[in-house]
Design a protein around this ligand. Structure first.
Ligand code: MLC
Ligand code: AMP
Length: 522
């Protein structure tokens, strides 16, 4: 990583800027449609080029130091995508934040990341700009999903041409915050080289068809503040010069309506479950589709099999993380093998993956242990957390994913669990330690435990089990209401129980496995 050192180093001889690679893939005909939205807007490749140039020129006019962070908490829109691309283009560091985060969560990210620029919706400008200015942020712009806001107003005054800023491969492109098992979120620092290498590998491995080969069209239905929607989907389409059908929000009916004009779809398992609930999902609806990709959470075998029956297509499941982008994938091309439900496929070209036990011994195929990875896609470390970063890497440079699984004789990886205490709900990560911290701080609470239980829609949801101080009459609804006032909505446990005691082992540790069993289906 080389944020601080960058300004004092001579310009690189080869520009490793991810944007330069994406721009080079734009089709020759810049008037062709690059993005079509669910609100009926069309953006040409020229529009993307010029809009990113104008926003990049605006950012450069602020004369920010090398490595400055541009934090964005904005609704999904093509202009939000332009802001991301313009940040890359200007050689600055993009920091996307989930729109569900409330003030306490935002205060932490802004204090920790010290962004030079914050971009938010006009609706949140009052409280968020106050937070940002207090933390030393110099510039706060607004951007709304209806193309209004001060960012675009200011950018309109800048030229439509811009020379892509020169960067080195290890210069940072983005910081993605992922919650920690101890409750403190960590910023995973990803470089231009990390993201570009992953995009290039996936372009080949997933057989993207260039415009000259007839082209692919991606339905983009995911949020753009996490790895899946921001990197895998957007880079996948752009580095191939492929058009995107852009949905502001996932809606199963709209996806089905758009499907005949598309060839590729990416989703978390919940999206597939919801599409299966639509009677219009049939072979005719998917007649032009080439590829369905699932990831971010385990895809149930039942969903995998039902999808095959209803559509004749086999979902390709892949596995990745904020820290690493994509790590493994089921095969796309027939000659690479079959797509096996319940597995996340084989390590991608360039990715080394091994399974180790707690003593650090590598395990043979079939044996279950901790999954470790190495490759050009693996991140540069956690922002301002060198000790934490060091803990998560082995002496020989493998990153410990915290996922538990095995590799079979054909090289397919199966994830069987996680060593990290984490709930994945509808593709979003929820850390029980963070929620328990908030519950324990409520008046009248002695202790709490949050566990994940299976859920038909979200795959897994949180359940809170709380011990109240004797004499207090804490109601579960009140606990949930208090949490809702503070935390992002997807983190709120779906159910809450006030109990007299929690099951413990001989060491006094709460036995979460027993709670999970007790509250499954309760
Ligand atoms: C929404 N809700 C959730 C939730 N999403 N609850 C639990 N888990 C979730 N994921 C709740 C809200 O709190 C709200 O509750 C109610 O559902 C309706 O909110 P909504 O915003 O209208 O929900 P909806 O649009 O239906 O969203 C569901 C969803 C969304 C599945 C479309 O969660 C989603 O887009 N998930 C994708 C996440 C993703 O992109 N993950 C990739 C991470 S990258 P209430 O009570 O307030 O009404 C990664 C690496 C990798 O993991 O490998 O890819
Ligand atoms: P995040 O921190 O949001 O990047 O989440 C990364 C985690 O999501 C991984 O460490 C896995 O636990 C999980 N994950 C991603 N893809 C899959 C998958 N296909 N199957 C099971 N778990 C997955």
């Amino acid at each position: 990583m080389s944020v601080a050192a960058r300004s004092s180093r001579p310009a690189p001889s080869v520009n490793a800027n991810l944007f330069a690679a994406l721009r080079a893939a734009f089709p020759a005909d810049l008037t062709a449609c690059a993005i079509e939205t669910d609100t009926g807007l069309q953006y040409s490749w020229r529009d993307l080029d010029e809009a990113t140039a104008m926003v990049a020129n605006l950012l450069e006019s602020l004369q920010l130091p090398a490595g400055a962070r541009i934090a964005a908490q904005v609704e999904k829109s093509v202009e939000a995508l332009v802001l991301y691309l313009a940040t890359l283009r200007a050689g600055l560091v993009y920091l996307p934040l989930n729109t569900a985060y409330q003030s306490a969560e935002m205060a932490y990210f802004i204090e920790d990341a010290q962004p030079a620029v914050v971009v938010c919706s006009t609706r949140n400008f009052g409280w968020l700009s106050k937070l940002a200015f207090l933390a030393g942020t110099a510039h706060v712009f607004t951007l709304n999903d209806d193309r209004t806001g001060s960012l675009l107003g200011r950018a309109a005054q800048f030229p439509r041409h811009h020379r892509v800023a020169p960067v080195r491969s290890d210069d940072l492109a983005a910081i993605i915050y992922t919650s920690g098992t101890t409750g403190r979120s960590k910023g995973a620092m990803l470089s231009h080289g990390n993201l570009l290498s992953n995009a290039q590998v996936l372009q080949t491995y997933w057989g993207w068809r260039t415009p000259e080969q007839g082209g692919d069209v991606l339905i983009h239905a995911l949020p753009i503040f996490h790895v899946h929607g921001l990197f895998v989907a957007i880079h996948g389409a752009l580095i191939n010069g492929s058009k995107m059908i852009w949905l502001g929000k996932f809606d199963a009916r709209v996806v089905l309506e758009k499907m005949p004009q598309a060839t590729v779809f990416m989703g978390v398992p919940t999206l597939y479950v919801r599409l299966l609930a639509e009677s219009g999902l049939n072979p005719a609806a998917v007649r032009n589709m080439r590829l369905f990709i699932s990831g971010s959470a385990p895809l149930l075998l039942d969903t995998f099999a039902q999808w095959q029956q209803r559509t004749g297509h086999t979902i390709l499941e892949r596995y990745g993380m904020s820290e690493t982008a994509m790590l493994t994938s089921n095969p796309c091309a027939l000659q690479d093998g079959e797509r096996r439900g319940g597995t996340v496929g084989r390590p991608l070209p360039g990715v080394q993956l091994r399974v180790q036990d707690d003593s650090g011994a590598s395990l043979p195929s079939g044996a279950v242990g901790g999954i470790q990875v190495k490759g050009p896609n693996v991140f540069q470390g956690y922002w301002h957390m060198p000790e934490k970063t060091a803990q998560e890497f082995t002496a020989d440079g493998f990153f410990k994913t915290g996922d538990v699984g095995y590799v079979d004789a054909q090289g397919y990886v199966t994830i069987v669990g996680r060593s990290k205490d984490l709930i994945i709900s509808g593709g979003y990560n929820v850390y029980p330690a963070e929620i328990e911290g908030y519950i324990n701080a409520l008046p009248g609470v002695v202790e709490s435990a949050v566990v994940g239980v299976p859920d038909a829609d979200f795959g897994e949801v949180g359940v809170a089990v709380v011990i109240a101080r004797p004499g207090t009459h804490l109601q579960p609804a009140e606990i949930l209401a208090r949490l809702k006032a503070t935390l992002a909505n997807f983190k709120i446990p779906k159910r809450c129980y006030v109990v007299a005691e929690l099951p413990r082992n001989a060491m006094g540790k709460v036995q979460k496995n027993l709670l999970r069993a007790q509250y499954t289906g309760a």
